[in-house]
Ligand binder design. Structure first.
Ligand code: SAH
Length: 196
């Protein structure tokens, strides 16, 4: 199928911040995502005490689910509003500190220590800053990344994964000539070539 019409599209960080300010966040699922419930066992694979990464996390309630199960959650999100709403909507006390390696970035951490949300661009992160992960929940992340940045995004994600990690990816399927995205249409063939 032809994804030509979306290939050149760019959504700036400023536009994402505006979406949060305007409350234009139709992607947020208050009840969490049914597909994570369905495939949780694949993500965890019987393991406990995992480090789970949420790229482009928004205020995804699934971060609370996994933390409550005893895992340690790390997310990254450009919108500070989103990060603060996450903690306040779950009544979680948190502290806020600068990230020495990333000028201008802040890290918000629950007082209990098991949820750390980096407020910066995902492209500022590396495994030397956030370590490696046993699992990734990618919903609204690969499909939200600008099409021109997909390879860079995927290379980073592969770098952030432990050898034994599991990666759950949610995509959407639709006619890319009828909607401009995001979410962008990422055909399965492209997912295979991106991740190898
Ligand atoms: N995964 C979340 C949010 C999906 S919407 C969920 O399932 O609800 C995509 C989110 O990515 C938005 O909150 C947007 O502010 C954020 N975002 C966009 N570009 C980003 C970037 N380069 N780095 C970090 N976050 C980004």
């Amino acid at each position: 199928s032809d994804i030509g019409s979306q290939k050149e599209r760019v959504v700036t960080e400023e536009e994402w911040l505006q979406k949060w300010e305007m409350g234009n966040i139709g992607f947020h699922k208050e009840q969490g995502h049914p597909l994570l419930q369905k495939y949780m066992h694949i993500l965890l694979n019987g393991r406990s005490g995992l480090r789970i990464f949420f790229p482009l996390c928004g205020k995804a309630v699934e971060m609370k689910w996994l933390a409550d199960m005893g895992h340690s959650v790390v997310g990254v999100e450009v919108s500070e509003q989103a990060v603060k709403e996450f903690f306040s909507e779950h009544s979680l006390p948190y502290c806020e500190e600068p990230v020495p390696e990333i000028p201008g970035a802040k890290m918000f951490q629950s007082t209990s220590g098991n949820i750390s949300l980096y407020c910066c661009s995902i492209y500022d992160l590396s495994s030397s800053i956030v370590g490696k992960f046993d699992g990734v929940w990618d919903r609204g992340a690969l499909v939200a990344v600008n099409p021109c940045d997909r390879q860079r995004y995927v290379s980073l994600m592969v770098n952030l994964m432990e050898k034994s990690s599991s990666y759950l990816l949610v995509t959407v399927s639709y006619d890319p000539n009828k909607h401009k995205g995001p979410p962008f249409y990422v055909p399965e063939s492209e997912i295979k070539s991106l991740f190898g």
